[in-house]
Write a protein that binds this ligand. Structure first.
Ligand SMILES: Nc1ncnc2c1ncn2[C@@H]1O[C@H](COP(=O)(O)OP(=O)(O)OP(=O)(O)O)[C@@H](O)[C@H]1O
Ligand SMILES: [Mg+2]
Length: 275
């Protein structure tokens, strides 16, 4: 029997930022709608577990209602604005270590020839900035996709935007959310006055970024943030959920982030290269 919201009583709705409707928890599993990229992502998750990276949902196939099934990952998922407990340097270092282990496990996976990857609504004609793929990365390290245990990032969920990318693009994506690469006005209160060059260097050291990656980070991050601006505007024109994000602040945050990074990028690059 469906419960009050049409959800069976043994199912608990899981609501992130509302991008993907119909995600529910059933005991220690999560059910998600099947999308064109679901089989590709399940194959990727299977590879990660086989390669020894277990800090991601396990792919468990399709249920009797035709929904994707993955394991529920226990822990706490922060929501924006990041609470102050999630803004320490230990958090950045743990996240960098987690992403490094993901990358090392992903390194040897060749996607199937018929692989399908996601694009946000209305954005298929906006060129990617992460060409020159080295591996399949997660590519969406927003707070709602990181599971904390004992106060530190412990696992990654929501691999919907995973696709072939570079290690550096994935790093830039994580830094955008967690350094963060945002104008002080748009940061969580605990980070409004933060030393972003220093925080970026903490992440770089914990990941083990190479000299080349340190030199290339800021130019790539600037292209990425510019593309976020274009894709969030285009998605807002194509989909009501993204329109709500845009109207509620993304339309101001993205140009401010671009301008801030143009100004502060050299200081971040200098700190990364100084070691
Ligand atoms: N495998 C999982 N284990 C634990 N919690 C999960 C899992 N999958 C989803 N959740 C919870 O449900 C929320 C929404 O799921 P998910 O991030 O996949 O949805 P989404 O709408 O695509 O998200 P968003 O746009 O917020 O990234 C997550 O933020 C998390 O709290
Ligand atoms: Mg999510």
């Amino acid at each position: 029997m469906p419960g009050d919201q049409g959800v069976p009583p043994d199912e608990e709705p899981l609501i992130g930022d509302g991008v993907t409707p119909g995600i529910t928890r059933v005991a220690d599993t999560v059910r998600r709608p099947v999308r064109p990229f679901t089989a590709t992502i399940q194959a990727y998750l299977a590879h990660l577990h086989q390669a020894g990276f277990s800090d991601a949902p396990k792919p468990l196939g399709i249920d009797e209602q035709g929904r994707e099934v993955v394991s529920f990952v226990a822990g706490d998922v922060p929501r924006e604005p990041l609470p102050s407990e999630a803004t320490g340097e230990d958090v950045l270092a743990a996240l960098a270590g987690l992403i490094r282990r993901l990358h090392d496990a992903a390194q040897n996976w060749t996607p199937p020839r018929d692989a399908v990857w996601a694009t946000l609504p209305g954005t298929q004609d906006i060129p990617l900035v992460d060409t020159g793929a080295e591996l399949v990365g997660h590519r969406d390290y927003c707070p709602g996709n990181i599971v904390f245990r004992d106060g530190l990032p412990a696992a990654l969920i929501d691999f919907d935007l995973a696709r072939p990318t570079s290690r550096l693009y994935d790093i830039a994506n994580a830094l955008y959310w967690w350094a963060p690469l945002l104008h002080p006005k748009d940061r969580p209160p605990a980070l409004a006055g933060a030393d972003i060059p220093h925080r970026t260097a903490v992440f770089a050291d914990a990941y083990g970024m190479s000299d080349q990656q340190r030199r290339d980070l800021i130019p790539l991050a600037r292209r990425m943030v510019h593309r976020f601006h274009l894709t969030s505007r285009a998605a807002a024109g194509a989909d009501p959920v993204f329109r709500r994000f845009w109207e509620q602040g993304v339309k101001d945050r993205m140009p401010r982030a671009e301008a801030w990074l143009a100004q502060e990028g050299p200081a971040i690059a200098a700190r990364l290269i100084a070691g």
